[in-house]
Design a protein around this ligand. Structure first.
Ligand code: GRF
Length: 224
């Protein structure tokens, strides 16, 4: 990919490669805001990207609850600063994945969410959660699915030597990272990249893509 072999080009490359496939699908910001639940395990930058988009009027939603599984993770610090309700459901407390997911469903139902976004939730979810929010449970994954499902997608992409990678927002199905795709953004992989630099480039696109994809999905839900 000679056009992107010079690292100084990569800003332009990122722009050129931002290709949510449904970019032309009209989205509507009218109607009541959707009540959004968010799940995060770590840093929480995608959670904050959603909150920023809500505040800026780019996403017609209200984040009614953030659930984290790791007490004291970065997402909690962000939720406190942003004054967004949050709670901890620690996976170490529950005896199996199904019990953990029951707790998630209970918490989200208690605040009547319309949809749930897994914004960096580093646990495998079960049919308990998927079934409770069928067609309304979204995940963001740092690769162009269906390539590089599962753990360390960035490392997998580097190992494979691909020239383009990116991120995907998809509906969650029982097969890991395999549900219907809502939107994707692509980034160049540079010869000079290491894990950190590629992960950072993908992360920047995730922050743009996720609010866009949630709004796109919400527009479809409102159309029935
Ligand atoms: C993102 O790269 C997302 O794709 C993956 O986990 C990471 C979460 O990052 N599922 P952050 O916590 O939102 O910063």
């Amino acid at each position: 990919m000679p056009a992107f072999s010079d690292p100084s080009d990569h800003q332009a490359g990122e722009q050129a490669l931002l290709q949510p496939p449904m970019q032309n699908t009209p989205t509507t910001l009218s109607g009541p805001p959707i009540r959004l639940g968010v799940m995060a395990s770590g840093n929480g930058s995608n959670f904050e990207a959603l909150a920023t988009a809500v505040k800026a009027g780019r996403l017609n939603a209200e984040i009614v609850l953030l659930v984290v599984n790791n007490p004291g993770c970065g997402a909690v610090t962000r939720a406190e600063r942003l004054q967004i309700p949050h709670t901890v459901i620690d996976h170490r407390v529950w005896k199996n994945r199904e019990r953990l997911d029951q707790e998630l469903v209970r918490s989200f139902n208690a605040v009547q969410v319309d949809a749930v976004v897994m914004a960096g939730w580093m646990r495998i979810v079960t049919p308990v959660l998927i079934g409770a929010f069928a067609g309304r449970l979204l995940n963001i994954h740092p690769s162009l699915l269906p390539s590089f499902r599962g753990l360390d997608a960035v490392g997998q992409a580097l190992e494979a030597g691909v020239c383009i990678s990116g991120c995907t927002v998809h509906l969650v199905s029982e097969e890991l990272d395999a549900g219907p795709i809502i939107a994707q953004a692509a980034v160049p992989v540079l010869k000079s990249d290491n894990h950190e630099s590629l992960a950072a480039r993908i992360h920047r696109q995730e922050h743009r893509l996720l609010p866009h994809a949630v709004q796109l999905a919400a527009s479809r839900w409102s159309q029935g």
